[in-house]
Design a protein around this ligand. Structure first.
Ligand code: PRP
Ligand code: URA
Length: 213
């Protein structure tokens, strides 16, 4: 579903809504939480990757020869923000097995809520590729903006951001810093609480994925 905010799509689909509700549920186990993140990523990637360039190639079917589309250009790059983005990277790789993968390690300082970078490994030629940035949560937007700053400094074309749950503060922060970035969400929540957690949200995505709290 395209929203009144340019460059923002919130996927409106019964399956996505159903799975988001299960993800929010505090009683959902880490095992189920990981599976749900994977399934929601697969469903929403359909929308986030709609722009990928294709070319017509000739293919021989058992019946005849025909022209049919295939992805063109260099393989896309999927960049995951650690930790929670890892599960989304793996999901995207099932759709685009030849994608290149980048990792950015960021955590939010508990007091300032600002991102702290602890790891960076990106494809050397990332500027030549379509980039999909993945992170389940778009809260203050600090982590996404930090990642997009890095990609922009490396000369990348505007990346696409795929998150599972976002809020107006995060969307606003990304579009203030990088107006050309397209955001796809499975849900747009009401806002942030005093600890910069998304409300109603789902809690701490990394902790729920890996059972660390
Ligand atoms: C979470 C989430 C995002 C970030 C979003 O990571 O996965 O990276 O918070 O918040 P922001 O929009 O306010 O920057 P967290 O810092 O909890 O690290 P983790 O994935 O290692 O748990
Ligand atoms: N990070 C999370 O994992 N959850 C939030 O609600 C906000 C930031």
């Amino acid at each position: 579903m395209t929203t009144e905010i340019p460059q923002l799509t919130v996927v409106d689909h019964p399956l996505v809504g159903h799975k988001i509700t299960m993800l929010r549920n505090v009683a959902t186990s880490s095992e189920s939480f990981r599976s749900l993140c994977t399934e929601i990523t697969l469903l929403t990637a359909y929308e986030a990757l709609r722009h990928l360039p294709v070319e017509q190639v000739e293919v021989e079917t058992p019946i005849t020869t025909t022209q049919s589309p295939m992805l063109s250009g260099p393989a896309p790059a999927v960049v995951g923000i650690l930790r929670a983005g890892l599960v989304m990277v793996e999901a995207i790789l099932t759709l685009i097995p030849h994608a290149r993968v980048g990792h950015l390690g960021l955590f939010r300082d508990p007091d300032t809520h600002r991102p702290v970078e602890y790891y960076r490994k990106l494809p050397a030629d990332i500027a030549d590729r379509e980039v999909l940035l993945v992170d389940p949560m778009l809260a203050t937007g600090g982590s996404a903006v930090h990642a997009l700053d890095i990609l922009s400094e490396l000369g990348c074309r505007p990346a696409r951001l795929l998150s599972i749950i976002g809020c107006p503060e995060g969307v606003g922060a990304v579009h203030t810093a990088h107006p050309e970035v397209t955001i796809t969400l499975a849900a747009l929540d009401q806002g942030l609480n005093e600890h910069a957690y998304i409300v109603p949200g789902l809690g701490d995505a990394g902790d729920r994925i890996y059972g660390t709290r």
